[in-house]
Design a protein around this ligand. Structure first.
Ligand SMILES: Nc1ncnc2c1ncn2[C@@H]1O[C@H](COP(=O)(O)OP(=O)(O)O)[C@@H](O)[C@H]1O
Ligand SMILES: [Mg+2]
Length: 452
């Protein structure tokens, strides 16, 4: 293919060069062009977008604000624990409340609140949270390394930072704190910093936020006592609530779409872009599955994306259904990707059997193939019993189906496994894992294990 130079603009993208007629459109790639008749501002559907209004959370906000009232009165803050599944507005509520508190404290002479916010998603111990908090307080040139100090010392340093603050109060927001698992020391030490005499000049309050219910149930008794002066539960949204959140957001995201709020708080939508069933359907899908506003917004965004790609004038119910399937597939992929190597090797065993059209299969056949695969990549070879447990876990997670086979009175019974999701998705995800690469080394990524 000959790429011509860019000087000749007169031929509308087609120029003559060396007697070869060449289109300047790069083969197979469409041109980028500004769209669209669908989106006015798609960024408002993205996860990072911060709306002005929190919808359908009046009770939780009231409880939250009232729990922080002592601060504004100059009293020691309460420690709060917020919990609820992902996507139910915990982070957004916290941000809004803190902004409001920050704004209102400006008018008060004898209260000066400092805020420290930390997302703990990738921090898996109290130590790491403490170290990262210290760095939140420090200037860039004074940052500490996140490892290597004795744990007593890291807390002393943290208390020093709090003591040093030129503020009457410090509120520490620890979002997604469930990441620290059982190692919850900091959730005792920090809320008790004043009571235990570690910090005197600054009143310290902790707001812990968790996506995980089991984390709350498993907090040690002393943490429950100190962190949970007040607990605020964020329940999943129902379809109606999700519908209102979506309508408000849709009015900003799509062309020719307006939403008006009625006296009872509900929203009414009028749109040339969204067919009537679109929002109710997005809301219903998300409500059935998780009650997460994040999921509902993602679905609406994806449906819009599909409509745009197809250059359709509007978003239809059909777009939403297909978007739902796509979102579901992405979720499965993500969950598969996070599995430990041993589980992936087990799945690889099933993939081989699938290739041989030998599924469903008994556990010993899966195990034979698992062993070869594990050896091939130099992974530990676990016992048959362990792999049995893996198979049960994979079944529980919804990746496999198991059924019991009865061979009559004498034959006894046994279990057979097969995929309950599409094998090509499993294959794709495993192939993307660098540790398993070698297992796909054949021509065209053919799965290769000698002997089979
Ligand atoms: N009540 C609400 N009103 C408007 N948008 C909301 C509401 N609740 C959640 N959202 C949106 O849903 C997404 C997830 O909310 P977020 O606060 O991050 O959830 P969580 O922290 O509970 O996982 C964000 O994009 C947020 O803007
Ligand atoms: Mg959050």
């Amino acid at each position: 293919m000959v790429y011509t130079d860019e000087t000749d603009e007169t031929h509308e993208g087609v120029v003559l060069s060396n007697a070869v007629v060449t289109s300047r459109v790069i083969m197979g790639l469409e041109r980028f062009k500004p769209d669209s008749t669908i989106f006015a501002d798609e960024a408002v559907l993205r996860d990072g977008y911060r709306p002005d209004q929190l919808i359908e959370r009046d009770n939780e906000l009231k409880q939250y604000q009232s729990a922080l009232k002592p601060v504004i009165n100059g009293a020691p803050p309460k420690n709060l624990f917020l919990y609820g599944q992902t996507g139910v507005g915990k982070t957004l509520s916290s941000r809004m409340i803190i902004e409001r508190l920050d704004e209102d404290q400006q008018n008060l002479d004898d209260v000066d609140v400092h805020f420290a916010e930390l997302n703990c998603k990738s921090l898996n111990s109290s130590y790491q949270v403490a170290a990262n908090l210290i760095n939140e307080f420090r200037e860039p040139e004074e940052q500490i390394k996140p490892t290597g100090y004795p744990s007593g010392m890291i807390y002393t340093m943290l208390f020093e930072e709090l003591e040093k603050l030129d503020a009457t109060h410090c509120l520490v927001v620890l979002d997604e704190i469930d990441a620290i698992g059982n190692d919850d020391d900091i959730l005792y030490k920090l809320p008790r910093a004043n009571d235990n005499g570690n910090v005197r000049d600054t009143s310290v309050g902790v707001i812990g936020i968790s996506n995980d219910f089991t984390f709350r149930d498993n907090l040690s008794a002393r943490v429950k006592d100190s962190l949970c002066d007040e607990e605020i539960h964020f329940p999943p949204y129902d379809a109606n609530e999700l519908g209102n959140i979506l309508k408000q957001r849709a009015s900003e995201a799509f062309h020719d779409t307006t939403a008006s709020q009625l006296d009872n708080g509900a929203f009414e939508l009028s749109s040339d872009i969204l067919e009537d069933d679109v929002i109710p359907l997005c809301a219903a899908f998300a409500a059935q599955d998780s009650g997460s506003a994040r999921q509902a917004l993602k679905l609406l965004y994806k449906a819009g994306d599909m409509a745009r790609d197809e250059e359709s004038d509007c978003i239809t119910e059909e777009h939403v259904r297909r978007a739902d399937e796509a979102v579901e597939r992405d979720k499965v992929r993500e969950e598969l990707g996070r599995l430990p190597t041993q589980s992936k090797l087990t799945l690889y065993g099933l993939l081989l059997l699938e290739q041989e059209s030998a599924l469903p299969a008994k556990r010993n056949r899966i195990y034979e193939r698992y062993v070869l695969a594990a050896k091939r990549i130099d992974a530990d070879v676990r016992t048959d019993r362990t792999i049995h447990n893996r198979l049960s876990q994979l079944t529980l997670k919804g990746f496999l189906d198991v059924r019991e086979q009865n061979k009559g009175p004498k034959g006894g019974s046994y279990y057979e496994y097969e995929f309950s999701i599409r094998a090509d998705i499993v294959r794709d995800v495993l192939q993307g894992d660098s540790r398993l690469q070698e297992l796909f080394d054949g021509i065209d990524g053919d799965m290769t294990l000698d002997k089979f």
